[in-house]
Design a protein around this ligand. Structure first.
Ligand SMILES: *Cc1c(COP(=O)(O)O)cnc(C)c1O
Length: 320
């Protein structure tokens, strides 16, 4: 039996993050409210340190290390925000970090990760099994592996964003959360079940990669090929053991959004709210607009999960 994280783990994570993570703002938009006939509360994790909520889970996991683990160091694998989150958290806590990144990861992300002081090892994602490679290195060097989502301290840390949202605005009727491997959704669901028990919690994943929806609805973890979508933070192939168990128990359903709907939401955030939001960060609002939920008259929370998209890419996506 897995020992699943609880809401107490989320509150413990919130205490560890105090003074280290930003308490990100909750923004409103009259245009969004009018369009949906609802009261919409945007939790803006695009303003989190390193530009995404992933700082929360990474910092929480690393601050729970023993003295011996701290001294030996942390290892992880990621092409995106988790790499930077681990690298920054490790630097803040004085822990050496090793990150495996694919050769074809965006150079800006590799640079950012190195810039935080991590040792970056590049690998060919079409030839190597990165998880096996990471485990091997971890064993050889005595490093502690912190995976991007399937870890109780990571899930608990990610849950602190929804906790802050609910603490600030009170109970919600609906909460929409971007879904990749499920760390953010599982943590958010723990917070919502404790602080707003009647709230309907939905995960939202890219239409091209709806393994989470299939898994949720069938009751077993479904594996897919890496999906082709602009939502690069949610190109996961499967949920984790821990994330799936919490999601099955505490989430109401998993919805999807198309790439075109994500671009429309990016444009809305840019033009109307003057915010730079990465495609994956738009999943929640895209579903609010297009997934057919009955939102009229309701209080709706939307987690904007991150803002790391370079401006050239942003421009290309909006002008395509
Ligand atoms: C990682 C990430 C997600 C997905 O989070 P999971 O915990 O893997 O479900 C969503 N949005 C952004 C911006 C991310 O970096």
């Amino acid at each position: 039996m897995l020992t699943l994280p609880t809401y107490q783990d989320v509150t413990a994570a919130a205490a560890r993050l105090q003074g280290h993570a930003h308490r990100t703002p909750v923004w409103r938009s009259r245009t969004a409210d009018e369009r949906l006939g609802a009261s919409v509360f945007f939790k803006c994790e695009n303003f989190q340190r390193m530009g995404a909520f992933k700082f929360r889970g990474a910092f929480n996991a690393l601050s729970s290390f023993s003295a011996a683990q701290r001294q030996a160091g942390v290892i992880s694998f990621s092409s995106g925000n988790h790499a930077q989150a681990i690298a920054l958290s490790a630097r803040l806590l004085g822990i050496p970090a090793t990150i495996l990144m694919p050769l074809d990861a965006p150079p800006s992300k590799i640079e950012a990760t190195r810039g935080y002081g991590a040792e970056v090892i590049l690998f060919d994602r079409y030839k190597c099994d990165r998880e096996a490679m990471t485990r091997e290195l971890a064993e050889q060097r005595g490093l502690t592996l912190i995976p991007p989502y399937d870890h109780t301290d990571v899930i608990a840390g990610q849950g602190t964003a929804a906790k802050e949202l609910l603490d600030e605005v009170g109970a919600l009727d609906v909460l929409l959360v971007p879904l990749g491997g499920g760390g953010l959704l599982a943590g958010s669901a723990l917070a919502a079940r404790a602080l707003s028990p009647e709230c309907q919690v939905y995960g939202v994943e890219p239409l091209a990669g709806n393994d989470g929806q299939q898994s949720f609805r069938s009751g077993a973890i479904v594996h897919i090929e890496t999906p082709h979508t602009i939502a690069d933070g949610a190109q996961t192939q499967h949920l984790g053991q821990y994330t799936f168990a919490v999601i099955r128990r505490d989430v109401n359903d998993v919805l999807t959004a198309s790439d075109a709907q994500l671009v429309e939401a990016m444009r809305f955030f840019g033009e109307r709210m003057k915010m730079l939001v990465e495609p994956t960060g738009c999943l929640g609002f895209a579903a609010a607009c297009h997934a057919g939920l009955q939102l009229a008259g309701k209080r709706v929370g939307v987690i904007i999960s991150g803002g790391n998209v370079d401006l050239r890419r942003f421009g290309e996506l909006l002008s395509a």
